[in-house]
Design a protein around this ligand. Structure first.
Ligand code: COA
Ligand code: AMP
Length: 632
């Protein structure tokens, strides 16, 4: 057996030897005593007894091996027109000094540090500086509003916060520092210090005693050496949407993460030291953590960090320009970005203006890739397009096509085959295995491989309840789909109330909490409707309290503004509709599936348990069918 079969078979036949061998890709200060301890944590822990430092493995190791002059991080900003390259040595030196600045305000191993920054090199430097000290970073995506930032500050209780004065979105400067100040007003927790990277586009006011200029602090600091940490110590917390309004604090450890990500570069991405890798994501998301910062640096690649959009900064040729300029070998992006480019440049005329001969493959993840987009891209660029399925929780692809060992077949719409470490199955609602081709709950057999979340922050019980209790022996992904006869996995959508808007994972429950807080709203539902660009877009339906006589348009506008202010622009919540009644079961449960069907304009499933079948017809008329009916 060769290729994928032997790679996957090698793991399946002897998982512990497989991971033990992969662990040699990483420098350990103290070797682990066991590959896996099944008795620790909610389902076990990887590499107990081992000690290492992730920043050493990302930086110092390569400098010590003579690669100090190799570009480590190339920052290309379509927003400012700048390109800044840090070699491995330069990046190590800056990281060591920022670590020194954090240490100077008392940050030590195990302390948390919140990072609220746009796509600038200092975001990666801040993350790696935390890793150097054994401090636990918690990056908050820039598109979130102050209350979301405050919730994450209270959940992680950071010793310090590292922010930028602003982010740059097309046509506007997004001032981050006032958002941070607002969040700190709301949050119960007080950090000891805030460091602010002053960008020239908006200079922030610094609060004396609390706020420090990041660059000045970096310059004044003594470089800090990497601090060895236990393999099982947390490297970071990343909050992601759950089914309720409260986000989940996904924990990543140091040892398993370094091993899994190091192994993923040669096997899944087919790259080796010195290759140029570009993940066009954001450091605020898991793809940004894993594939802008950690994996490329662990593997000695050159990572491109891009501040800009696929379209409009200035045009739909932006991706090809970056690939040409930096000789990118592999691009990783979200299907939404490709749909946006296709919409504006359907014949890829802008691509023809650039030399993209360095490009070997495009990886797509973050949301389901519709087959026409995958097929269009592969035929137009004449390179493999590799859909890969994963989640914040797993930290690296559950399924892919494995460039390193010979690609598995291109099946548009499928996420590919399981990575070594993942045993994927579709289960029925009682937990029984479904035969090939039958759709059910996609689940991963325990234990999860290294690199996956071992637990939730401060909440082992919550982890068990969210992922492990429904199907004993399995991790419930929350995705629906099936495994075909050849072993390819097809992910069809979520089984819960999470929606995926432009590759951003959002909770409809969180949006419902905001709508329900409006004084005129009696009840509400938020659903994800199909959207040709963003995959899904949220629509809010509200029933007003009896006796409220206000203009529905005014209420609708207020609701849109409330979601923007409380969750953030990233929610893309643009449509709220006032309706007379919501469809419900006789026991009072809102029929969200029926609402989704209505929004998508297709056949509507009306369950026999519906309280009042007439409500569906009345709602059909109220539903937004054109932009004219949407609020923004
Ligand atoms: N900081 C502040 N605001 C942000 C932000 C950030 N980091 N990221 C997005 N926003 C804002 C946007 O400016 C926009 O605001 P607006 O409502 O005032 O226009 C809003 O959040 C929605 O953003 P987005 O969903 O990204 O839509 P867009 O219209 O700005 O761009 C695309 C559309 C397709 C270009 C964009 O969604 C895209 O590049 N998607 C790919 C996503 C991706 O790579 N995801 C990573 C998963 S791997
Ligand atoms: P996130 O945690 O933000 O990475 O979002 C994870 C969710 O995005 C998954 O549970 C899926 O619903 C969806 N997703 C990610 N990648 C894919 C993919 N390749 N195909 C289908 N859905 C995907």
């Amino acid at each position: 057996m060769t290729g994928y079969g032997s790679l996957y078979g090698g793991w399946r036949d002897d998982p512990l030897s497989y991971w033990g061998a992969q662990a040699s890709r990483v420098d350990w200060t103290t070797p682990w005593t066991a590959v896996f301890d099944e008795n620790a944590g909610p389902y076990g822990r990887w590499f107990p007894g081992g000690w290492l430092n992730t920043s050493h493995n990302c930086l110092d190791r390569h400098v010590d091996a003579g690669a100090g002059d190799r570009p480590a991080l190339i920052w290309d900003s379509a927003m400012t027109g700048e390109v800044v390259t840090h070699t491995y040595r330069e990046l190590r030196d800056r990281v060591a000094k920022v670590a020194g600045a954090l240490a100077a305000v008392g940050v030590t191993r195990g302390d948390r540090v919140v990072i609220y920054m746009p796509m600038i090199p200092e975001a990666a430097i801040a993350m790696l500086a935390c890793a150097r000290l054994g401090a636990v970073h918690s990056v908050v995506f820039g598109g979130f509003a102050a209350s979301e930032l405050a919730a994450r500050i209270d959940a992680t209780r950071p010793q310090a916060i590292i922010a930028a004065s602003c982010g740059l979105e097309p046509g506007r400067v997004v001032a981050y520092k006032p958002v941070l100040d607002d969040a700190l007003e709301v949050a119960g927790h007080r950090p000891k210090a805030c460091f602010v990277l002053q960008r020239p586009q908006s200079i922030a006011e610094l609060a004396p005693g609390r706020d420090h200029d990041l660059l000045a602090a970096e310059n004044a600091a003594a470089p800090h050496d990497p601090v060895p940490v236990a393999a099982t110590d947390p490297l970071y917390i990343l909050h992601t949407s759950g089914t309720t309004g409260r986000p989940k604090g996904i924990v990543r450890d140091n040892g398993g993460h370094a091993v899994a990500l190091s192994a993923s570069i040669p096997t899944i991405f087919g790259l080796r030291e010195g290759d140029v890798y570009w993940a066009a994501s954001d450091v605020g998301w898991v793809v940004g953590h894993s594939y802008i910062v950690y994996a490329p640096l662990l593997a000695g690649l050159t990572s491109v960090m891009y501040e800009g959009k696929p379209v409009g900064t200035p045009d739909a040729g932006a991706f090809w320009r970056v690939i040409d300029r930096h000789k990118v070998n592999v691009l990783f992006t979200a299907p939404t970005a490709i749909r946006a480019i296709r919409r504006q440049d359907p014949d890829l005329g802008l691509m023809a203006r650039h030399d993209i001969s360095s490009l070997q493959a495009v990886f797509l993840a973050g949301e389901r890739c519709d087959p026409p987009t995958a097929t269009w891209l592969q035929s137009r660029i004449d390179r493999p397009v590799i859909d890969n399925w994963w989640q914040t929780e797993t930290g690296w692809p559950i399924t892919a096509r494995f460039r390193g060992v010979g690609l598995t077949p291109f099946k548009p719409g499928s996420g590919g085959r399981p990575s070594p470490g993942f045993d994927v199955a579709a289960l029925d609602d009682s937990g029984a295995l479904l035969p090939a081709g039958e759709t059910g709950n996609l689940a991963l057999r325990l234990p999860l491989p290294p690199g996956c979340a071992p637990t939730l922050w401060d909440d082992d019980e919550g982890y068990r309840a969210s992922y492990l209790d429904d199907f004993p022996g399995w991790y419930r992904t929350g995705d629906a789909g099936y495994v075909d006869a050849e072993g390819d996995v097809w992910v069809l959508g979520r089984t819960d109330d999470i929606i995926n808007v432009a590759g951003h994972r959002l909770s409809t429950g969180a949006m419902e909490e905001v709508l329900a807080a409006h004084p005129d709203v009696a009840e509400c539902a938020v659903i994800g409707a199909e959207d040709p660009l963003k995959g899904e877009a949220p629509i809010g339906l509200v029933v007003l309290k009896a006796g409220v006589r206000r203009d529905p348009d005014v209420v609708q506008n207020e609701l849109v503004e409330m979601v923007r202010n409380r969750i953030g622009a990233v929610a893309s919540f643009r449509t709220a509709v006032v309706v007379d009644q919501l469809p419900k079961t006789r026991s009072g449960k809102i029929l969200r599936r029926t609402l989704r069907d209505l929004a998508n304009g297709g056949p509507v499933q009306v369950p026999p348990t519906i309280e009042d079948p007439g409500v569906v017809e009345r709602l059909r008329l109220a539903f937004p069918t054109s932009d004219a009916q949407s609020v923004r």
